[in-house]
Structure formats: C-alpha cells, structure tokens
Design a protein. Structure first.
Lengths: 519, 152
C-alpha cells in the first residue's frame, strides 16, 4: 500500500491571529507547527558588515525565507564600508554557503540575494539616512536592527528620528537593540532615554537571544502546561536551584571587549536572569507580552540585594589560567591579547541568590557561568527535598535527591533523576534517569533563536523581548555587586582552563551541604 | 595547533565504529570508567576490559602514563549483539600521555565523559604518584586505588 508522507495543510485562523499553512516533511508535525505571517516589510541592519550579521541575522532571514515564513520583504545593509549592493549580495552568498544550507538550490539562494540592498554611510552622516529613507519609502513595515557597538546607538537613533524614519503613517516602525544594553544602571537608563526620545516603548525591541531558544521558552510550557509540576514548584518541595552557563573557549581575540565587560555583565544580567525569571515567576494570566513581562519584573524586584557587606559570602569571581580545553592547550586570561596583566575582570562568576517572596523564601538559587571551563553546557538543575522519612536504609546519601535537569544547550531536553530499586534480592536503591530529548521527541532540529525573535518583532509580539523596567530592575541588582567588587583590589582566584571553575566557588554550595553538578 | 583529544572527533569516530560493527540500536552506556595505567600493569587492564566485554555497555578511558613522545588519542569499540538484537559495546578511548604529561591532566579527558552516568576512576598505576583524592571531588563518583601496587 502506498503511503503519502507529506501533504499540504490549509489556511488556519486561530485566536484572531493570521497563520499560514506550511508544507511538512514530517507528517507527525501536522497541526503542531504554524508560523505567524508578517505583512510586507523592510529590515535595515546597522553594522551589516559585522559578525552578528554574518553568523546569525542573514542565516536567520534566509532560513525564514526558505521555510516560507517570509516572502515579501527587503533587507538593507547599512555600514561604513564602501560596499555596493552587489558586494553585499556576494558577501551574503558566502554566508549561505555553510553546511546547514548546502541542500538549498542556487535558485532559492539567488531569489533571496535579489532582495538585498546596501547603503554605505557613517552612522552620523544624515546623507546616508536620506538615501535610506528613499529605499525604505515604499514599505509600510519597517524594522531597524542595531547590530553595532552600543556607542553608536545614540547617533543612529537620533538620525532615524531626524530622517522621520521612526514613524510611518500606515504600518509600523520598530527598532531592535542588541546587547549589551548599558554597563550599569546609570548607562542603561541613559540608553533608555536616548531610545525613548525617538521611539515609543511599544516600538522598542531589546533583544536577548536566549529568549529565542526553544529550550528556554519551554520552561514556561513545562511549568504552566503540566499539572504535575506547579504544585511542587515552591520552597516547600524545592531544596535549591542551580543555573549553569559554561563555555569551554576563552576570550580569544575579544580580550579588549571583555576587559570592559566581564562575565557578570556579559552573561548574568541578561541571559541568565532571563532563564531565572522564567523559572521563578508566578503564573501569568495569559501570554500577552505585558502580562508575562510584568511577572518577570516582579521576580527581579524580589531579589535580595547583594552589597559590599555580604559580597564575599554570596559571590565568587575567578579568571582562567593556562590549561587544556576541548583537547587543546590554551593560555591563561592574563596572557590573552588585549588583557591587562593586572586585570581584575572576571571570566567566571558564581552567585548565591535569594528571592524574598512567598513562593521562594529560603530557597537558594545558585548561578555559575564562565569561560575556559571543562565543557560547553547550559542547564538548570532543580533539586527537590528528601522524602520526610528515609525508609530505605541502603539508599546512597550522595546524589539521591530527585532532580529535574533542563538541558538548554548543546543538548536540548530534560532529564528527571528518580530513585529506583537495583534488580536483585536485596532492596538497594540508586538514581536512574528519565530523559526526553527534543530531537527524538519531535523529530526535528529546533530553529535558531534569531529566526523566532525576528519573526516576533515583525508581527509585533514583544513577549520575548525585554521591557524597559525589566532591564532597569536587573541592572539595579547587578550594579550593587559591581560596586561591591570595585572596592576589592585583591587579585582574582585562578582556575585551570578546562576545569569546573575556582575552588572558592565550591564553598557556596557547601554552605547548604550540596555540590555543583558535574560539568 | 596541538590537539590532545578533540571531543567532537572522538565522538564522531566512536559513532562510526559502532555503526560499522552493527547498525542495530545500541544499549545505553551505564558508566564511565577512567583507568590510569603504567605500561607495566597493562595486563591487568586487559583482564578488566575482557571481563566487561559483552556484559556491561560502558565508556572506558585509559590513560597510559609515560608513553613518551607526543600525547595522542586512539579510539575503538568492542561490541556484541545481545539476545534482543541490541548492540552492547565497550567504548575504549586510549590516551597515551606523552613527554609533556598532558594526557594525565583531568582537563584533557573530562570532556570525553558521558554525562548523567556515574564516573569511576581506577588508579592502576603506582599510587605514590597519584593525585590527591580531592582532585577527583568534582569529577568522579568513586576512586579506586589498588593497594597491591604500593611499594610498602
């Protein structure tokens, strides 16, 4: 009997939002995957000759194009280099030559490249914006992506305003702002002021690509889409939570940038706090952008401040020394190009955080992130409390607490550690794993974060973008730590590259009789 | 650039070897076993690997100390098909630690461990040169030291 393995599903409308049907290679996905369809739009990428454009933005737009999620659009590169439209198209052709797109026909690639244009101009030259306004004029949907160093944001935003590109009579004009969004509370507020001088808050999309990751979004589904977890998701049943974002590589050629940033600014204030907010927030009434974001802000406002008085108790910093990562010898941070020999910039940070609200009172949240660690891994470990009475005498005391592990990357899925009887004539107990792998469960690789985020910005859904008050609340907490560290001039603890971080970080978990999960 | 044991290449090679041996579904590895061995004690190691073969699927990382020359890594897998047509393999990763001793540092081999399953370290070399047990605090679930190899 012949079986058709693919078919076309018709147009569907749900909840008043327009959706398009998609041709599925995987019939099991039928009914599961629908994409929002943006109206015709033009996207201008400021800093179009940079790495983000090459590695993420152009591949994401092309991916949306070949999947049929976007069709009527134009992409304009805006940068200082004296490129022409043709040069930009050829550069982008090389960006699409990567293995991921090797199966795509040249015809499809050319159809995409034909939609590209380029404006060569400095960011402060109003003539460049006049040219841009001409290109943008026929389009009612306008998206401006600021993929430049943050120092360039004010002038670009101002020039967009002067050229009248911040408004459109029919349609929309939106601006996406990349991280870093400020380097402390004061600079974040300044940047918000700059943006709000030309754009309304509902036109501003502050991007954090972590929120575009399927596994991060799944935290909400796991928590609020299942009846089993939410009743035990509180201080009564949860012992502690660990959030780890470990990178195996060092700073490489980015020593100059990293010296001004450090791990706390680079990873915690944005990516890790987004994950933490989703883990700790109260159930929202609905999934509208402001409802979800308001709940996230409440978490940030409930964080118990860490100040110079308790900074040694709740924070640990470190710098990687020479070692081996991913099978290759690497030099220490202080030997990297662009790094001061007496640098106090941290490449590792561990925090012990408390959330002073009804649900989480007394539950420590441990955060660990750094460069030059043993393995590239991002994950959340929720450790539950012991049963009230231990009746199995042979149960190992170490590692026997139930754990839910959310694998964010590179693995995507989750694992439950439960205890089970070891087969045999005695009742011996040891932990076993119940594992769900996304790719196995859904039969498809998850889309890149930027695909989802760009698509959301095009349809005006800002749920996965950061609101002004959220940014300022997170910087309020982080800035206190930065101020506390600024008073401490001692050299930072060193850890061998390829290890699991400085020995000092173990003390945080040891304070509650626990250990970090092995990397 | 010098490479001692590239985790991506090691995984690719092991996958290829297992597929070559049998396309059937492989049983999940149950544990990691890391063995530090001096050249002279290799026969003991062979006995252990022969014992594991066909019984428990596992990843075994063997670190040959004092192998001389450049540090290098070799991979292989010994597989059998069990009664349920599933492949049961002992994956072997052998790191020959060269004159620089790079193969012996945990940072070289920890990325090769399979996560979520126990890690046993077996010190089958002269214990006088063994690192302190604290070294394994964040890596191993159990550390075995063979007291018969002590000088006293």
């Amino acid at each position: 009997m012949a079986v058709s393995l693919s078919h076309f599903s018709g147009l569907v409308k749900a909840g008043g939002s327009p959706y398009i049907g998609v041709m599925f290679a995987n019939p099991l996905m039928d009914g599961l995957q629908f994409a929002k369809e943006p109206s015709p739009f033009i996207i201008t990428i400021f800093g179009a000759t940079g790495d983000l454009t090459r590695k993420k933005l152009i591949p994401a737009l092309f991916s949306l194009f070949i999947k049929g999620n976007i069709s009527q659009f134009k992409v304009v590169g805006f940068a200082r280099r004296p490129w022409t439209k043709e040069v930009f198209q050829e550069e982008c052709r090389s960006m699409l030559a990567i293995g991921h797109f090797s199966h795509v026909s040249d015809t499809q690639k050319q159809a995409f490249l034909d939609k590209l244009d380029f404006v060569s101009s400095t960011f402060g030259d109003s003539a460049g914006y006049t040219k841009l306004a001409e290109v943008v004029k026929p389009w009612e949907g306008r998206l401006f992506f600021l993929s430049t160093p943050p120092d360039d944001y004010p002038v670009i935003v101002e020039q967009l305003g002067l050229a009248g590109l911040n408004k459109v009579e029919h349609g929309y004009s939106r601006v996406i702002v990349e991280k870093p969004f400020g380097r402390d509370l004061a600079t974040a507020k300044e940047l918000n002021e700059v943006l709000s001088a030309e754009f309304e808050e509902n036109q501003i999309y502050r991007i954090d690509h972590y929120l575009g990751k399927e596994t991060v979004q799944n935290i909400l589904v796991l928590r609020f889409g299942n009846g089993i977890l939410e009743p035990i998701w509180n201080s009564r049943y949860i012992d502690h939570i660990q959030i780890t974002v470990a990178e195996s590589i060092g700073v490489g050629t980015r020593g100059n940038y990293y010296e001004k940033s450090g791990t706390l600014r680079d990873m915690v204030q944005n990516h890790i706090f987004q994950v933490m907010n989703l883990l700790l927030m109260e159930p929202p009434n609905d999934l509208s952008p402001d409802t979800v974001r308001s709940e996230k802000v409440k978490v940030l406002r409930s964080l118990r401040p860490i100040t110079y008085k308790n900074i040694d108790q709740y924070t640990v910093r470190g710098q990687y020394a020479a070692g081996v990562t991913q099978g290759q010898p690497v030099r220490g941070y202080l030997e990297e190009d662009g790094v001061a020999k007496d640098s106090l910039t941290e490449t590792f940070v561990a925090l012990q955080i408390y959330v002073d609200n009804w649900r989480w009172e007394g539950v420590p949240i441990f955060i660990r992130t750094g460069k030059g660690l043993g393995r590239k891994v991002s994950e959340v470990v929720v450790t539950f409390k012991e049963p009230p009475l231990q009746i199995f005498k042979n149960q190992a005391t170490d590692g026997s607490q139930n754990q839910l592990i959310l694998h964010l990357q590179p693995e995507e899925g989750f694992t439950f550690h439960l205890n089970a009887k070891i087969p045999g004539y005695t009742t011996q107990v040891r932990p076993v794993n119940m594992k769900c792998d996304y790719e196995d469960a859904f039969g498809e690789a998850t889309p890149e974060a930027y695909e989802r985020l760009i698509l959301d910005a095009l349809v005006g859904d800002s749920t996965l973008y950061t609101r002004r008050d959220e940014i300022e609340a997170s910087w309020t907490f982080i800035t206190r730590i930065l101020q506390g560290w600024a008073q401490d001039k001692r050299p930072l603890p060193q850890y061998r590259a390829g290890s699991s971080g400085p020995e000092e970080s173990k003390a945080l978990l040891a304070s509650i009789g626990q250990k970090w999960r092995k990397l | 650039m010098k490479t001692y044991a590239d985790p991506v290449k090691v995984e690719q090679e092991l996958r290829k070897i297992q597929q070559d041996v049998s396309p059937n579904e492989a049983r999940t590895n149950l544990f990691n076993l890391v063995v530090y061995v001096d050249q002279a004690d290799e026969s003991k190691l062979t006995d252990v690997l022969n014992f594991l073969h066909g019984k428990r699927p596992a990843r075994v990382i063997v670190i040959h100390r004092g192998a001389g020359g450049e540090t290098r890594t070799d991979v292989t897998a010994r597989c059998v098909t069990d009664n349920n047509d599933k492949v049961l393999c002992v994956q072997e990763i052998v790191i020959s630690s060269g004159d620089d001793g790079a193969g012996e540092t945990p940072e070289t081999w920890t990325p090769l461990l399979i996560r979520e399953i126990p890690v046993f370290v077996w010190w089958l070399a002269a214990p006088e040169k063994a690192p302190l047990p604290e070294m394994f605090e964040t890596i191993a679930d159990r550390v075995f030291v063979d007291s018969s190899l002590t000088k006293d």
